[in-house]
Design a protein around this ligand. Structure first.
Ligand code: HEM
Length: 537
């Protein structure tokens, strides 16, 4: 199919009438006065200066002067598409969310992104990819704001500004553009060794996907689900692409980034235009909600840890098809606002110390990015169910709210909204006990293992993937000027895998250090290999 159907007013089919920004037969000012021309300013004579009284000129130029909004502080470079999610009903036994009931179809909007680069940067750089999905469910919007790598760099959200400062270009020269070709990147990840598992994924082929259509997505954190009977379970979300998981080799990324910096964006939109709609299965790893919130020795609150599929298989609960590209990139892809706190009844957060901080960060940044608190009224962000939030006013308020000032209870205005019960679909804050004890700034000891999952990942790769990994570490670390930092990262590699360390050290012309922690005794996870795994090709 070609571009999505458009109404005569320019609004996408099915879009609310408010989306019809420009309509009518004649060119007008923003106030609706018809214009004779928009090509010539009002001047004092044919060869005279431009007059300040030219209202249309000033209105046009002033609007243009303010066309740009701040790009996202991270994930600035992205691409989005509309789709539909159809549940197969298998989640109903663990989750009461309406959109997971068998056969329910839910509209979605997905934004794929890189993390580090600016809005105009190249698509095919070595980086983590964002995979953020908004489900417009009958019970409100649910956002699954994930990445294509199942582990994160840091365990605590309070470090997020620090890791982002370390991966972004240096403040004085604003180079380099590539996150891992960086003294500050390697300095951070070798000092905050919890980052080492994510770094291993970043140096692997996973960080150079062939196409957005061929990436997995992961919710990363553990979430708590609750079913109709009030029973809870702990889950990790997975998106599995029916197109298989495929990557570019490094040389290809250099060609595609140079020849076509929009490579991934073009690929996604060309596929949709050709009717080759990309499809992902949504799956969950379901784990018992135990008091210690661990599974097979893995602390489920630690976002630097994933659960191998061999220990807990992924159960498919529905399928998403992306079948419509945006009509207006700014209105949809730039103005979409995701938030891990946008949840629906049946899905709740856990005490993962990274997730807890994310719950604060997204609204806060979006108030700056969209210039006020009313971004939920934008067509792309609006819920597809009744909204009665009692909010009023604020920058860019679009609604004309009637009635008495909203508060509850309100004896003056019969129209004030009713409170829902759980039976009438109220959101469920799962009454999870909160740990008692003193306030602390520490984590439990189970967060101390920083290397075993990097080892597990490295040992699970096929020979060719392993070779790519070694070359990537050697190449990227070779860009690091400070020898002390290179040596410190080699020490981390020694703790992950002695052979990998020796090969990278040889490539760098440096000595390979001895491990400082005993090597992890881990079984490889074949599902982690794109070549040797279970993925269709
Ligand atoms: C975007 C903060 C961790 C995935 C963002 C944005 C901020 C942010 C400020 C920009 C949002 C906007 O302007 O609309 C944080 C903080 C984190 C954190 C403080 C840790 C405490 C994570 C993790 C993931 C993730 C662990 C993956 C599981 C994303 C994605 C986007 C994003 C996919 C782009 C959303 C879009 O396409 O609009 N994050 N983030 N972030 N973050 Fe995070």
């Amino acid at each position: 199919q070609g571009p999505a159907t458009v109404t005569p007013t320019g609004a996408p089919t099915g879009a609310p009438p408010e989306a019809m920004a420009q309509q009518g037969e004649y060119l007008t000012t923003a106030q609706g006065a018809r214009l004779r021309t928009t090509d010539h300013a009002l001047k004092a004579g044919r060869r005279g200066p431009v007059l300040l009284q030219d209202h249309h000129l000033r209105e046009k130029i002033t609007h243009f002067d303010h066309e740009r909004i701040p790009e996202r502080v991270v994930h600035a470079r992205g691409t989005g598409a509309h789709g539909v999610f159809v549940a197969n009903g298998r989640a109903a036994k663990i989750c009461r969310a309406a959109f997971l009931k068998k056969g329910v179809e839910t509209p979605t909007f997905v934004r794929f992104s890189t993390v580090q680069g600016f809005r105009g940067s190249s698509d095919t750089v070595r980086d983590t990819r964002g995979f953020a999905t908004k489900f417009y469910t009958s019970e409100g919007n649910y956002d699954l704001v994930g990445n294509n790598i199942p582990v994160f760099f840091i365990q605590e959200g309070i470090k997020f500004p620090d890791i982002v400062h370390a991966v972004k270009p240096e403040p004085d020269r604003e180079i380099p553009q590539a996150q891992s070709a960086h003294d500050t990147f390697w300095d951070f990840v070798s000092l905050h060794t919890e980052a080492q598992a994510h770094v291993a994924w970043s140096m692997s082929d996973r960080a150079v996907p062939l196409s957005y259509r061929m990436m997995e997505g992961f919710g990363v954190h553990t979430f708590r689900l609750i079913n109709d009977a009030g029973e809870t379970s702990l889950v990790k979300f997975h998106w599995e692409p029916r197109q298989g998981v495929h990557s570019q080799v490094w040389e290809e990324t250099q060609l595609t980034a140079g020849n076509d910096p929009d490579f991934h964006r073009r690929d996604l939109y060309d596929a949709i235009d050709a009717g080759a709609y990309p499809v992902w299965d949504l799956g969950v790893q379901v784990m018992p909600d135990t008091e210690d919130e661990t599974f097979e020795g893995i602390d489920l609150l630690d976002p630097t840890k994933f659960v191998p599929e061999e220990l807990c298989p992924v159960e498919i609960i529905g399928t998403m098809t992306l079948n419509r590209r945006p009509i207006n990139f700014f209105a949809e892809v730039e103005q979409v606002m995701f938030n891990p706190g946008n949840l629906v009844p049946g899905i709740d957060v856990t005490n993962d110390p990274l997730l807890q901080v994310r719950l604060f960060s997204y609204i806060d940044t979006q108030i700056t990015r969209l210039g006020g608190p009313n971004f939920n009224q934008l067509p792309i962000n609006r819920a597809h169910c009744p909204v009665n939030d009692m909010f009023r006013d604020g920058f860019h308020q679009h609604a004309v709210h009637g009635g008495v000032t909203p508060y509850r209870p309100n004896s003056l205005d019969g129209g004030n909204p009713a409170e829902a019960s759980e039976d009438s679909g109220a959101f469920i804050d799962v009454p999870q006990p909160v740990a008692s004890g003193a306030k602390v700034r520490e984590l439990s000891a189970s967060f101390d293992d920083h290397f075993s999952q990097a080892t597990l990942f490295v040992r699970s790769l096929s020979e060719v993937e392993r070779e790519h990994l070694t070359r990537a570490y050697t190449f990227e670390l070779g860009k690091c000027y400070e020898e002390a930092i290179r040596l410190r990262q080699l020490q981390c590699l020694a703790n992950i895998d002695a052979d990998l360390c020796a090969e990278v050290a040889r490539g760098l012309g440096l000595p390979a250090p001895e491990p400082t922690v005993p090597p992890a005794d881990v079984e490889p996870s074949p599902a982690l290999s794109q070549v040797g795994g279970t993925w269709p090709v």
